[in-house]
Structure formats: C-alpha cells, structure tokens
Design a protein around this ligand. Structure first.
Ligand code: DC
Length: 305
C-alpha cells in the first residue's frame, strides 16, 4: 500500500473526504477498453470521458469513499488489473481526457473538505490549495512495495526487476508528457517516504495541515479580534451562504455549547465576507467558513500503490 493509503488515512484523521484522481483515469481507461476506443484517438477518448460521469460511493457516516463507478457501472475492482495498469498511461496522456476529468475533479473537490491525490493536483487542478504535498519514494522502494502488494493480491508481476523496469518507464512517461507532466508545485512541501514507516508520513502531512490551518485561523482571529475587541469562541461553519441550514445548525450548536442562546443576528449570518462576527451581549463569536480553506493537494509519483 502507498499513496492512496496515505491520502485516505490523512483524510480520516482530519475528518476530510478524499478524492483518488488516479481511479478516475483508470475508470476512463476501463470504459475505453470496453468500447474498443483506440488509445491514440484523443477526440474519441475525450468524448467518452465527458459522456460518462464518475461517481464515488460513501458508506453512511464514512467520508472516505469505498466504491467507484463510471456511467453507473461499479468498477472498483475492475480498474485494478494489470491490463488497466498498461492502458491508463496513454489514456491519461490524452489532453481531452484530462480536460474532461479536470472539471469533474474540481466539482467534487469544491464540494467540501478534501484530500485530493494525484499527479497534477497542486499544479493544475487545485493551484489554490493551502496545503500541498509532493510525496515521493525511490523507484526501488516503490518496486519492493508493488511486488509485496502483488503477492498479497495475487495479481500482477512478482518479479522485482520487471516491476522496477515498468516503474521507471512509467515515471519517464508521466514526467515527460506534454500535458500536466508530473512536477511539484513551487509551494509544495516535498516528502520522501523512502525507508520510513507509513504512519510517520501520515503524521507529517497531518501536522503540516494543522500547522497551516492554525496559522490561517490565528491570522483571522488577529484581524477580527482587533475589530471586535477579542473573541470568546471560534465556530467552524460550512461555506458562508452555501448551505444556510447546515451553517445555522453549526452556529446554534456552537453557541449552545457555550451556554448562549442564539439571537436573531446570529440567525442571520450571511454575506460575501468569508468571516463574519456574530455577537450578542455576552459573547463574541468568530465564524470561519471551512470550504476550500481546508484542501490538501497531494501530488504523488506513480505506482506507489
Ligand atoms: O495513481 P494511479 O496509479 O491509480 O494512477 C493511474 C494513472 O493515472 C497513472 O498512470 C497516472 C495517471 N494519473 C494522472 O495522469 N493524473 C492524475 N491526477 C492521477 C493519475
């Protein structure tokens, strides 16, 4: 296991959802194979990617999805075969496919707090993400991990040299292709997982995220405290104006926790401002909308898992 395990674990620990963009390219590759679409036909591949919605299914109360479907067909297991491993490189290199999936990825990622994992997330898909991680491991280490995984799953090559050659070939393809080549964003934090326990890597990323969010919140508190003369509490809400019912509920429960009744003012928080003050005679509350603020773009080298 590797990058998607890391992404999911970080999401769980922070209470985020998680988007595996590689699975989306794999789903399109699967559909292209089914339909016999040639891998060098950019236009036909793009049409196919636009025609079929990719959906991730969550279990009740579980923010990290377990299943993926394309055009309503569940392909969770079907996209993990060696055949798809081979097909996905040319399919993901097709500019029309990338464009079609870019829209779908932004739509999904903007709907909440996400860890988004893939090759071009910090550079292309979510260049505004406040936390960007570029996760790498040596080709040799990834080959070891992949062989172990293939042994466990009972599919794919278990020949170390063959797997290593394949990893090197795909790295070259992914980093030299014209559209969205694999490269770190200028403001990405580089993490090398070679020789480290996965738990340590997960902790490092969570720490980065917490540090960044704490810093942002402190900045906001500083700015608003100056205006409001200090704050008694901070309430994290949904994006302001985007989901009024949910937001009112969060505000109400935050105030109730403090033993304060919500007044009309607090009931009517709304507006363009990203941070709004809700005050009554007793408390000063800082409302911070969490949408978009809490996005982690995780860029990963190929084939870690
Ligand atoms: O992460 P993965 O192995 O499931 O990704 C499958 C393929 O999709 C891989 O060859 C690279 C490609 N990919 C991409 O080009 N851009 C992304 N954001 C994610 C994956």
């Amino acid at each position: 296991a590797g990058k998607s395990t890391v992404a999911k674990a970080v999401a769980r620990e922070l209470g985020f959802s998680c988007l595996d963009t590689g699975a989306m390219y794999r789903a399109v590759a699967w559909r292209a194979l089914q339909d016999g679409v040639p891998f060098d036909d950019d236009e036909a591949l793009g049409r196919l990617a636009r025609a079929h919605d990719i959906a991730f299914a969550h279990e009740e109360g579980e923010p990290v999805p377990r299943r993926v479907s394309i055009g309503g067909i569940d392909v969770t297991d079907a996209i993990r075969t060696a055949e798809i491993d081979r097909a996905v490189s040319p399919v993901s290199a097709a500019p029309a496919v990338r464009e079609a999936l870019l829209d779908q990825q932004r739509r999904i990622g903007n709907a909440g707090d996400y860890v988004v994992e893939g090759r071009d997330i910090g550079t292309t898909v979510f260049p505004e993400a406040p936390v960007k991680v570029f996760l790498t491991a040596s080709a040799e280490e990834r080959a070891h991990r992949r062989v172990r995984q293939n042994v466990d799953r009972g599919v794919g090559s278990v020949d170390y040299d063959e797997v290593l050659t394949d990893i090197r070939r795909r790295d070259d393809q992914d980093s030299s292709r014209a559209t969205s080549p694999l490269r770190p964003a200028d403001d990405a934090v580089r993490l090398d997982s070679t020789g480290r326990y996965i738990e340590e890597v997960i902790e490092d990323i969570c720490a980065l995220a917490r540090e960044k969010f704490a810093y942002e919140v402190k900045k906001l508190i500083g700015a608003y405290a100056a205006v409001m003369g200090g704050v008694d509490a901070i309430i994290f809400t949904a994006g302001v104006g985007e989901n009024d019912a949910l937001e009112r509920m969060q505000i109400a429960s935050g105030l109730e926790y403090m033993g304060v009744k919500m007044d009309e003012d607090a009931n009517n928080v709304r507006g363009e401002e990203r941070v709004i003050s809700a005050t009554d005679s007793k408390v000063k509350v800082l409302l911070i909308p969490t949408n978009e603020e809490l996005m982690i773009a995780m860029d990963t080298a190929s084939l870690v898992g």
